[in-house]
Ligand binder design. Structure first.
Ligand code: ADP
Ligand code: MG
Length: 484
C-alpha cells in the first residue's frame, strides 16, 4: 500500500468515527434521513469538508448539524477543526428503506424550483447552541446555555426529577447523593444535567465542576490505560466538587471501567462531593452492572422522567419556538404536540422541519405547511388531523354546537356526535384515550374507550354509517381503513 493510500484510509476512518459519534446523538431515523448521504470530501489541516447531495441538505446541515459535526470532528482529531459542506454532484440517491421509509428531505423539499434557498436564519440560535462554563483544566466544561432550569418546562411527568435536580444544585452533597435520573431517550436527562451544572456554578462560581458522558469517561480511562498513566486519570476527579456523568448505562459490559468508576465514586462520595448520574434505565435494570454499583446508585435518590402529557408537550413546543424566535400559531402547536408524543427531541425536530419548510416556501408557518412538512413522519395516521378540526367537522355535520358537546348533556343528539369525535380522534391522531377525554372536560379513559367501541361496532355493521365516517375522515385528510 502506498503512503498516500494509507493516509486516505486513515482519513476515511476518522470520518467514519465522526459519523459514529453523530449517530450516537441522533435518533436512528434522523441519522438515516440526513447523514446516510453525507460523504467525506477532504479533511486537511484542521478543516473538514463534508459532501452532501443538494442545496437543501446544505442549508439544513449549516443551520442544524454543523456544530455537532464540528464537535465530533474535534474530538476525533483532538484539534480545533472547521467544518464546511459542499454539494457533491452525481451522488446516487439513497435507496429508500421500506421499513422506515422516511425521506424527510423529499417530503420537505418542494418540487425543484429555481428559487434560491435561504438558510433558515432563526434556527441558528438553537443549533448550534452556545456553550459556556468553567471546568477543570484538562476537562473544560462545555455546557449548552439553553439547557437551564428556566428553559425546562415542568409537568407531572418530570416534576420530581426537576425538583430533585434543583435540590442537589442548591444543596450539593446534602440533599441527595447521588442523584440518579433515568428515563427513555429524548425526555430531558441531558437537559436537566446541564441545568444542575449551570445552577451549581451560579451559586458556587469558584467550585470545580466536571461534566462528561459516560462514553467520554470510558474513553479517557482506556486512553490512560494505554498510556500507562491511570494515576493522572484518577487525579483529575479527585478535586471536583460536582461530578455529573451522562448516560451511565454505557458502563454495561465494561468491567474495568466499572471498577474504576466505583473508586471514583467512593472517593467523591466520602468527601461529600455531589454526584449526578443519568441513565436510560433504573439502576437495577442496567444489564451486567455490578451489584455494588447498583446499590451505590440507589443510596441517594432515583427519579424517573416519564413521557410528558399533552399540555406539557404543548408548553415545550411553545418554549422552543420562543427560543428559536419562530412564530407558531396555536393550531400548529397542538398539531405537533399531539403527533409527537414519545420523545421531546422529536417535537423539536418537527418544529424545525416545519420552520425549514416554511422558509423554503417563503411562507409563514400554518397548519397546512406543518402537515406537509411532517407528512412522512406521521404516516399512516395523523396527517394534519387535530381534535379541533375533528370537532368542527363533526359539529357541522350533526348541526350541534361545540359548547353543547362539552356539556354533561346526554341525549342521543349530543352523545352520538361526541362518540364520533372520540372515535375519529382515536383513529386519526395519536392522542391517548385520556387526552381525548380531557378534551371533553375531563372524562376518563374508560368513557372514551366505551365510545370508541360503540362507534367501531356500528362502523362494522352499518354500511351507510361507515360511509359517512369515511367521508369525514377523508375530508380531514385521514383514512379509517386498516390497510391505510
Ligand atoms: P435525553 O438526554 O433524555 O435523551 P435531552 O435532554 O437531550 O434528552 O432532551 C431532548 C430535547 O428535549 C432537548 O432539546 C431538551 O431541551 C428538550 N427537553 C426535554 N425535556 C424538556 C422540558 N421539560 N422542557 C423543555 N425542553 C425539554
Ligand atoms: Mg442525553
Amino acid at each position: 500500500m502506498s503512503d498516500s493510500v494509507a493516509i486516505e484510509n486513515d482519513v476515511q476512518e476518522r470520518f467514519d468515527q465522526v459519523m459514529a459519534q453523530v449517530r450516537g446523538r441522533l435518533t436512528k431515523r434522523q441519522y438515516q434521513t440526513w447523514f446516510e448521504r453525507a460523504s467525506l470530501v477532504r479533511w486537511g489541516e484542521n478543516s473538514l469538508v463534508v459532501g452532501l447531495p443538494n442545496r437543501f441538505y446544505q442549508v439544513w446541515f449549516q443551520s442544524k448539524f454543523s456544530e455537532m459535526v464540528r464537535e465530533a470532528a474535534e474530538q476525533v482529531a483532538r484539534a480545533p477543526t472547521s467544518v464546511s459542506f459542499e454539494i457533491v454532484d452525481g451522488m446516487a440517491p439513497a435507496e429508500p428503506d421500506p421499513d422506515d421509509a422516511v425521506d424527510e428531505v423529499e417530503a420537505v423539499a418542494p418540487a425543484p424550483s429555481h428559487r434560491p434557498v435561504e438558510p433558515p436564519p432563526a434556527t441558528r440560535d438553537l443549533y448550534p447552541a452556545p456553550f459556556s462554563g468553567s471546568g477543570t483544566e484538562d476537562l473544560p466544561l462545555r455546557l449548552n446555555e439553553l439547557y437551564t432550569f428556566d428553559n425546562f418546562i415542568i409537568g407531572p411527568s418530570n416534576s420530581v426529577a426537576h425538583a430533585s435536580a434543583r435540590a442537589v444544585a442548591q444543596n450539593p452533597g446534602r440533599a441527595y447523593n447521588p442523584l440518579f435520573i433515568h428515563g427513555s431517550v429524548g425526555l430531558g436527562k441531558t437537559h436537566l444535567l446541564h441545568a444542575v451544572c449551570h445552577e451549581f456554578l451560579r451559586r458556587f462560581p469558584d467550585d470545580r465542576v466536571c461534566f462528561l458522558s459516560c462514553e467520554e469517561f470510558t474513553n479517557e480511562f482506556v486512553r490512560s490505560l494505554q498510556r500507562n498513566d491511570v494515576d493522572s486519570f484518577r487525579a483529575r476527579f479527585r478535586n471536583v466538587h460536582l461530578l455529573v456523568i451522562d448516560d451511565i448505562h454505557f458502563l454495561k459490559g465494561k468491567e474495568r471501567t466499572q471498577e474504576e468508576f466505583f473508586h471514583t465514586f467512593n472517593g467523591l462520595y466520602q468527601s461529600n462531593r455531589q454526584i449526578v448520574l443519568s441513565s436510560d434505565a433504573a439502576p437495577n435494570e442496567i444489564p451486567t452492572l455490578e451489584d455494588r454499583l447498583v446499590s451505590r446508585f440507589t443510596w441517594g435518590l432515583v427519579s424517573q422522567l416519564e413521557q410528558p402529557e399533552m399540555e406539557t408537550r404543548m408548553a415545550i413546543v411553545r418554549r422552543k419556538a420562543e427560543l428559536m424566535h419562530i412564530e407558531v400559531p396555536n393550531d400548529v402547536v397542538e398539531f405537533i404536540a399531539s403527533n409527537f408524543r414519545n420523545n421531546i427531541r422529536e417535537l423539536e425536530g418537527a418544529l424545525l422541519s416545519t420552520k425549514a419548510y416554511a422558509d423554503v416556501l417563503g411562507a409563514p408557518i400554518s397548519l397546512k405547511i406543518a402537515s406537509e412538512a411532517l407528512k412522512q413522519s406521521l404516516q399512516p395516521t395523523g396527517m394534519g388531523v387535530t381534535l379541533d378540526k375533528i370537532t368542527q367537522l363533526v359539529c357541522e355535520r350533526y348541526q350541534v354546537k361545540v359548547s353543547e358537546l362539552r356539556s354533561k348533556r346526554r341525549g342521543r343528539s349530543i352523545s352520538e356526535p361526541r362518540q364520533v369525535i372520540m372515535f375519529l380522534a382515536r383513529k386519526l391522531t395519536k392522542l391517548s384515550l385520556q387526552e381525548i377525554g380531557d378534551h371533553f372536560g375531563g372524562r376518563d379513559h374508560s368513557t372514551v374507550l366505551y365510545a370508541v367501541r360503540q362507534i367501531e361496532n356500528r362502523y362494522g355493521t352499518d354500511p351507510a354509517f361507515a360511509a359517512t365516517l369515511e367521508r369525514m375522515a377523508d375530508r380531514l385528510g385521514g383514512n379509517l381503513r386498516e390497510d391505510a
